[in-house]
Design a protein around this ligand. Structure first.
Ligand SMILES: O=C(O)C(=O)Cc1ccccc1
Length: 313
């Protein structure tokens, strides 16, 4: 927090990114100051150095899956935890300086995730255009608007608001290949506060296997299955230590304070080389966790009490 107690929220900027939209949605119910960063890594580094209190970062999109930069930044370095999530519907436009037409476009600048989601449209409409990666979609729009600088591209794929912010002309609207695309963003903080259990929660973990052997992944997944825990995302990421060495990034339903989740985490701790707890937080959609028969808090507590009674007759 700043000296006057204001919460400082970092985000992938500049203004007009989809990440800023996620932060604006969060800020509707949480006051604070928004601080733009050039990349997910720089926002998370600033968070680790306590220069900000939390950071909004993209973690998963409905078209491409997990956002590797975020998953990898959370998997290593000083621990961080997710404290909330925001889903943002994504709409892309193709924007250019006034007077530029579609026929003039030779190269297109945008964020890699945006490019991955408009490739079909590009093939069909601008087959020969080169792709120039930028740090964010809004950075691509801002670059076009800068007078006197040559960015190496003559159109940007960005949000409608970024095109409007920079007085750009929209050459084509709604160019995403998949209707209804959604990106999920998470608000990340330093460990220390645990969001309350709501009954509609998710937990995120990163699991590092002890041995790469037959049934190793099954052994991890069993910890969830036998406790009636539903996973909502499962991704493997290279550990970067050697070829073929992977860790698993998993979201599942429930809160660390739920008995079945606590027992599953203990099981994972026992069988994994490392379990990185990346937070329990309320689901944005408020969908209540469906508790399978015989996996309620009371069921687990009853079994534990029974064991205690055997040990201390
Ligand atoms: O570049 C942006 O605007 C971002 O916030 C990253 C991103 C890019 C494409 C889809 C979702 C998020």
């Amino acid at each position: 927090m700043t000296g006057d107690g204001t919460t400082r929220y970092g985000y992938l900027g500049p203004e007009g990114t989809f990440t800023q939209m996620a932060l604006l949605a969060w800020s509707a119910s949480h006051e604070g100051e928004a601080v733009p960063f050039g990349s997910v890594d720089s926002a998370l580094d600033a968070l680790r150095r306590s220069e900000i209190d939390a950071a909004m970062v993209p973690i998963e999109n409905s078209v491409e899956g997990g956002v590797s930069a975020t998953l990898d930044a959370l998997a290593s370095g000083d621990p961080l935890v997710v404290i909330g999530e925001v889903n943002v519907p994504i709409t892309f436009v193709l924007a250019a300086r006034q007077g530029v037409t579609l026929a003039d476009v030779r190269a297109v600048g945008t964020h890699s995730h945006a490019w991955a989601q408009v490739r079909g449209w590009m093939d069909a409409n601008l087959g020969r255009a080169a792709y120039i990666p930028t740090l964010s979609t809004a950075a691509a729009a801002a670059g076009l608007a800068e007078e006197g600088t040559e960015q190496g591209y003559d159109a940007a794929v960005c949000a409608p608001v970024a095109a409007a912010n920079h007085g750009l002309e929209v050459l084509a609207e709604d160019i995403g290949d998949t209707a209804g695309a959604v990106t999920r963003f998470v608000l990340v903080a330093r460990p220390g506060s645990l969001p309350e259990r709501t009954g509609a929660d998710k937990t995120t973990v990163m699991l590092f296997q002890r041995h790469n052997r037959a049934g190793g992944l099954l052994e991890l997944l069993e910890q969830f299955a036998v406790r009636g825990i539903n996973m909502t995302r499962l991704e493997s990421r290279p550990t970067k230590s050697s070829l073929g060495s992977y860790c698993f990034s998993i979201d599942f339903e429930g809160h660390v304070l739920d008995e079945r989740v606590g027992e599953a985490l203990m099981g994972l701790k026992r069988v994994c080389a490392e379990v990185r707890f990346l937070g329990s937080y309320p689901r944005e959609d408020g969908a209540q966790v469906e508790v399978a028969p015989l996996t309620s808090d009371a069921d687990f507590a009853g079994a534990r009490d029974w064991l205690h009674s055997l040990r201390r007759p």
